[in-house]
Write a protein that binds this ligand. Structure first.
Ligand SMILES: *Cc1c(COP(=O)(O)O)cnc(C)c1O
Length: 447
């Protein structure tokens, strides 16, 4: 890598050779591609020293800033010991310690950890494990999965089948095994006079009716606890999760909590499920678990599920593996991330940060062109009012471009502008993030 290569060189070369994710490549004729040279704390820098405040934690993965000295130190140490070893027939310190720590964080309700590399694979694992559990337990007819309207659980074929975001799903519909979709408890669905709890109660009746009729065929329901992120930061009352747990127990259906985005402190508690005081049968984690450093995902499950696979018979075992399962470097990054949670009072600091951000964004609460301002933990969002459909369709792209011009990385979902920053913003960065968000919003709706 030559020192003096400019951002525009890297961009031109990237556009020739790299097929970027979730991107209509032609849009890069108008929308800038940014060549990142290095990162520090919540900032990303290009080759000319232009900087961008990473307001979305680099797709929701980064918790404690880029090039975090504590995580860097742990990884450098790990690198000289063991980078990776296969996890079938072998084990190692980082994977054992991480599994024990996560089990402890669930109060040993979810004491068995199965590893993969990306979030979608964790979802695939939870679905397969649930299906196989029921077969091992003598209920082979339980083969169906239920998801929520607006759900997002990843884009591999199994995970996409339980995803309900038209943009990602429609093009691949014929490849997918149909799942059943129930109402979303999204608090924005409130009718006149309804509270978020009322919406949750109403949504749960949909699940109740489905389970009453079809539970014999249903293996599991999968849910993003508290915030359905990828559909546009749709938030719901914890009551929904409590009622869902009760219904799953009553009808013998597994509850899969996809905490890939909402876990690791994002919603204000370490796990989102804690706010409903429930534990699922399967919990998927990824994204923030490695501090945003390395691909790592895992599924946590119960003694009961684990024991249903424990046998002399190979085919009763869980038949699933990935080459990088339990990668030592990724596990070590996760241990360093969990150590920061233990050593610093991260959740308390986040409460203060979220309160400050909300205060700084307060003018949006009664802004004529903004609706549904909402916040849970370190997720803040509002929806732009863009009555003209053509303008609404380009809102996200226009906002992204305006943000980049203001040293800000924000990437709205449709008309939903959201902040999901790393947990390390200082006072100046908090004020700057809020001020620039408002400034860009005003410019984009006025243009
Ligand atoms: C991002 C995400 C996934 C998929 O994770 P990948 O690592 O992108 O495959 C699954 N579920 C939720 C809730 C997510 O936000």
């Amino acid at each position: 890598m030559k020192q003096n290569t400019t951002s525009s060189d890297w961009i031109a070369r990237s556009l020739r050779s790299v097929w970027h994710p979730c991107t209509q490549m032609q849009h890069h004729e108008e929308v800038p591609l940014i060549a990142v040279s290095h990162g520090k704390g919540p900032w990303l820098y290009d080759h000319e020293g232009r900087r961008y405040l990473d307001g979305i934690s680099s797709w929701w993965v980064n918790l404690f800033g880029h090039a975090n000295p504590r995580i860097n130190g742990a990884l450098k140490d790990q690198l000289d010991r063991l980078e990776h070893a296969m996890l079938a027939g072998f084990t190692h310190e980082p994977v054992v310690e991480l599994s024990e720590k996560l089990a402890a964080l669930t109060g040993h309700n979810l004491g068995h950890a199965f590893y993969a590399s990306d979030g979608a694979s964790a979802v695939e694992i939870a679905l397969k494990m649930s299906f196989h559990y029921w077969r091992n337990a003598g209920h082979p007819a339980k083969q169906e999965f239920v998801c929520l309207q607006g759900s997002y659980h990843g884009e591999t074929i199994g995970a996409l089948a339980v995803t309900d975001v038209a943009l990602f799903k429609d093009a691949y519909g014929p490849l997918l095994r149909a799942a059943r979709t129930v109402a979303s408890p999204d608090a924005r669905n409130a009718r006149d006079g309804e509270s978020a709890r009322d919406v949750a109660q109403r949504a749960i009746r949909d699940v109740e009716a489905l389970f009453a009729e079809r539970a014999d065929h249903i293996a599991a329901i999968i849910v993003e606890p508290l915030v359905q992120c990828a559909t546009g930061m749709a938030m719901h009352d914890p009551l929904y999760l409590q009622r869902l747990r009760e219904l799953c127990d009553k009808h013998h259906v597994h509850l899969i909590a996809d905490e890939i985005a909402v876990g690791c402190g994002r919603t204000g508690t370490f796990f989102a499920c804690e706010q409903a005081a429930i534990w699922p049968d399967f919990m998927c984690l990824s994204k923030g678990i490695s501090g945003g450093y390395l691909p790592l995902s895992l599924v946590l499950t119960t003694d009961k599920v684990y024991e249903a696979f424990y046998s002399e018979d190979v085919t009763r075992g869980f038949l699933h593996s990935h080459s990088y399962t339990g990668n030592a470097l990724a596990c070590r990054a996760a241990l360093a991330t969990l150590a920061i949670f233990e050593e610093d009072d991260v959740l308390a600091r986040n409460r203060a940060t979220a309160t400050r951000l909300t205060l700084e964004l307060a003018p949006l609460l009664d802004h004529p062109r903004a609706t549904h301002f909402r916040q849970r933990g370190m997720i803040l969002a509002f929806d732009a009012v863009e009555p003209d459909p053509a303008r609404a369709a380009t809102f996200a792209r226009r906002f992204f471009t305006g943000a980049v011009e203001n040293e800000l990385l924000l990437r709205p979902i449709g008309r939903t502008v959201y902040l999901m920053p790393p947990y390390v913003l200082d006072e100046e960065e908090i004020v700057g993030l809020a001020a620039r968000t408002r400034q860009v919003f005003e410019a984009v709706i006025a243009a």
